[in-house]
Design a protein around this ligand. Structure first.
Ligand code: FMN
Length: 563
């Protein structure tokens, strides 16, 4: 095992919450001292984006077949709408003198470590360069002005994380949450793009160093110490479906990993690694010869506690340039969404439930099956995910029509079934309960209390209709490459984002659960080693609204400023 893998594994084990002790975090929190959620760079030219809040026609259900959605033209208003629906504000909440913003993308503890950048080249609606998105103001700060253009036009979105924002509250475990948030943000971007008739293409070949150079994250002097940003990923926004042009796909035979996957081995339309490298080089050249401006403002918090292990794991899990395969799941018909609202309405109304109605009547089985079908890899939401799935679901079912309360499993890939069966308790019965989705019954019995206990005693895990753990194919993945640790969490975050939106579409609500007792969950399922690890939990049910909280419009404050 190499040193980086060892560091990652050590980090993972050390940041497990246990029944008798939580992972290391601050002993006290000064709530007045919370890091600023909104980063700004002083000294940049500002591009004000057109008024947020525009509606789009497509229904949420239409996003199952995004190729049927007419693509909106690439304009400043539509690029702004993409950013708003992915990372913008969705509401303000007020309780007494406290007021806080919510966003279309969720975040552990609402701390929002994720920063978003737009990189434009050759578009006539904005000067070519690198821009930082300020969700509070719905504006762009121009960090870099490119001297020249590349052939054609292009729009990239890059994400980065300020780990310290999250560590301020959660200490050492925070790095995991930042990765979940990145996965959620990727999901949020996918839904926003699909509503506009656009697609998101992950440029997975890029190294972290490349991303840092392009986005200016390596410009150390532009950031306060400890408040720097770590690169996450770069993706291309295609204003046409990327796969509809492919006429000459040549595929290898279905993989040993199981049916339903195809590897594109050759196509004029899927450029090879060398041309991808050329693209990286020319984009970096643009950034390096460009004119940079602005310095990040302080996040205004006192760095009382320091968590050096976060920088250590971030370095050990940093990604080199890689040649990535072109895997795509073959789209399969899913169970139809019963939702009738528009995609923009669902995206903007997404919230985390803080309490559930523990006496709710059962969740209709069709809604439950639909939610699970939506997280299978052969759906439109996972088309951007270029790798066979490594994350599978184990569910505590409390209240679902026609299903006995108990434990269930949803392997997201057939090939994982046998390995999961072998790794879990011998008395699980693994009876398939649906023809439409690979859902298996494991054992019957009330599991509200145990779900609550292993979820750091949170009632949201027991008062819901169901709670689930996302179990990743862990040790083999990390041993292949330590940076894949982050990708596992991103996959979990992406699944979580699908569940959040699906729950809203079904008229109920979800909540991500980052706080759970890792090894208690493993013990419950029978895992004896780290071949599989549970990396994220999620719960869905009928929410109870906190009537004490006032809800204010997302961008009302912009009108106040304008007047
Ligand atoms: C990775 C992640 C972990 C979370 N963990 C918990 C949790 O353990 N308990 C909880 O009540 N909420 C949890 N949440 C919900 C957040 O607190 C919530 O997203 C945040 O307050 C913003 O609110 P919103 O989702 O309504 O926009 C989590 C969210 C994410 C994305």
């Amino acid at each position: 095992m190499n040193k980086q893998t060892e560091t990652v594994l050590n980090y993972h084990n050390r940041t497990k919450h246990r029944l008798d002790r939580y992972a290391k975090g601050p002993e006290s929190i000064d709530w007045e001292d919370q890091p600023d959620q909104f980063r700004r760079f002083s000294g940049c030219e500002i591009v004000t984006l057109p008024t947020p809040g525009a509606e789009l026609e497509p229904l949420f259900a239409d996003l199952d077949n995004p190729e049927t959605i007419p693509a909106k033209p690439l304009t400043l208003a539509n690029a702004g709408l993409l950013l708003e629906l992915a990372f913008g504000l969705s509401a303000w909440k007020q309780f007494g003198p406290s007021r806080w913003a919510l966003r279309c993308n969720p975040s552990s503890g609402n701390l929002h470590p994720t920063e978003a950048y737009l990189v434009s080249t050759g578009n006539d609606f904005i000067k070519s360069g690198v821009y930082h998105y300020v969700s509070h103001d719905h504006s762009l700060e121009q960090r870099c002005r490119f001297a020249g253009n590349l052939p054609g036009s292009g729009l990239l979105i890059g994400l980065s994380s300020v780990h310290w924002r999250e560590a301020w509250k959660y200490g050492e475990r925070a790095y995991r949450y930042c990765q979940h948030d990145t996965g959620h943000a990727l999901g949020a971007l996918r839904y926003a793009a699909a509503a506009l008739g656009w697609t998101v293409e992950l440029l997975a070949e890029w190294s972290d160093e490349d991303i840092a150079k392009l986005l200016g994250l390596d410009r150390t002097d532009d950031f306060k110490p400890l408040e720097h940003e770590f690169p996450d990923f770069i993706c291309r926004i295609n204003t046409h479906p990327i796969f509809d042009k492919i006429t000459d796909r040549e595929y290898s035979h279905p993989l040993p990993q199981g049916e339903g996957f195809q590897k594109c081995t050759n196509s004029d339309h899927l450029p090879h690694y060398n041309s991808k490298l050329l693209d990286i080089m020319s984009r970096l050249e643009q950034a390096q010869s460009g004119i940079w401006s602005g310095k990040a403002d302080s996040l205004h918090a006192y760095h009382l506690y320091k968590w050096p292990i976060i920088d250590e794991v971030a370095i050990a899990a940093s990604k080199p340039r890689t040649e990535e395969p072109e895997w795509h799941a073959v789209r399969q018909h899913t169970i139809k969404s019963s939702g009738t609202k528009t995609a923009t309405a669902i995206i903007r109304q997404r919230r985390s439930a803080q309490q559930f109605d523990g006496k709710m009547s059962s969740l209709p089985q069709t809604d439950f099956f639909r939610m699970l079908a939506a997280v299978l890899p052969a759906t439109a939401a996972f088309e951007l995910w270029r790798w066979p799935p490594k994350v599978h679901l184990f569910m505590f079912v409390h209240r679902v029509e026609g299903l006995a309360p108990g434990l269930y499993a949803l392997p997201r890939h057939n090939s994982a079934l046998e390995q999961l069966q072998a790794a879990t308790l011998a008395d699980f019965d693994w009876q398939k309960v649906s023809e439409a989705i690979p859902l298996y019954h494991l054992s019957s019995g009330e599991c509200k209390q145990i779900a609550k206990t292993v979820s750091c005693h949170q009632p949201i895990a027991s008062d819901s209709a169901f709670t689930l753990g996302m179990v990743a194919e862990f040790s083999e993945t990390i041993e292949t490459a330590p940076w894949l640790y982050r990708r596992l969490f991103w996959e979990c975050g992406l699944i979580g984002q699908v569940l959040y939106l699906e729950a809203e579409a079904a008229g109920i609500r979800g909540t991500g659960i980052g706080c759970y007792f890792d090894d208690s969950v493993h013990e419950l399922l029978g895992f004896k080693d780290d071949k599989f690890q549970s990396l994220y939990h999620f719960t869905v049910g009928k929410p109870l609204e906190d009537k004490r909280l006032e809800t204010l419009p997302a961008y009302g404050h912009l009108k106040d400023i304008a007047q």
